[in-house]
Design a protein around this ligand. Structure first.
Ligand code: ZN
Length: 143
């Protein structure tokens, strides 16, 4: 693992994903206590989640609420409870190329091909077994 060097360029932390049982219950903390503004709430059917986005400077907080008990977020909440779910890095090249490079170099991936994430951005997940225990999302840089 340590011998792997990835050529893909990570430009910044795009967002932190936080699993919550209810966006409505979690939002007052982020908006009123921390003073962030939620600028978008949308459902990503494909992932069976509802997401709420708040800006924190250059990066974002993504709240993830399961829309079905089948959702991986529902399973995460059951086993780990509410809290940080993943870190998302913005990659400069396209996600497809970054993912292909990871696979080629032996980094375990969850997605075999990029999928559509919130805000219409292309995303892909890397497996925590290959990322020091942190579920890692590669995210297309918003143009
Ligand atoms: Zn995410």
């Amino acid at each position: 693992m340590l011998a792997i060097v990835l050529d893909m360029k990570i430009s910044r932390i795009e967002h932190l994903g936080i699993a919550v049982p209810s966006i409505e219950e979690a939002l007052p903390y982020y908006e009123n206590v921390l003073g962030f503004t939620c600028y978008n709430i949308e459902t990503v059917e494909e992932q069976k989640v509802r997401t709420a986005f708040l800006k924190v400077g250059e990066t974002k907080i993504e709240l993830l609420e399961p829309t079905s008990s089948e959702s991986t977020i529902a399973k995460f909440l059951e086993t780990r409870g509410q809290g940080i779910h993943h870190i998302a890095y913005a990659v400069e090249d396209d996600v497809k190329e970054a993912l292909a490079e990871c696979e080629e170099k032996g980094v375990r991936t969850i997605d075999k091909a990029p999928r559509g994430g919130a805000e219409g951005l292309s995303i892909a997940f890397l497996h925590p077994k290959s990322t020091q225990g942190v579920l890692t999302e590669l995210c297309e840089e918003k143009k």
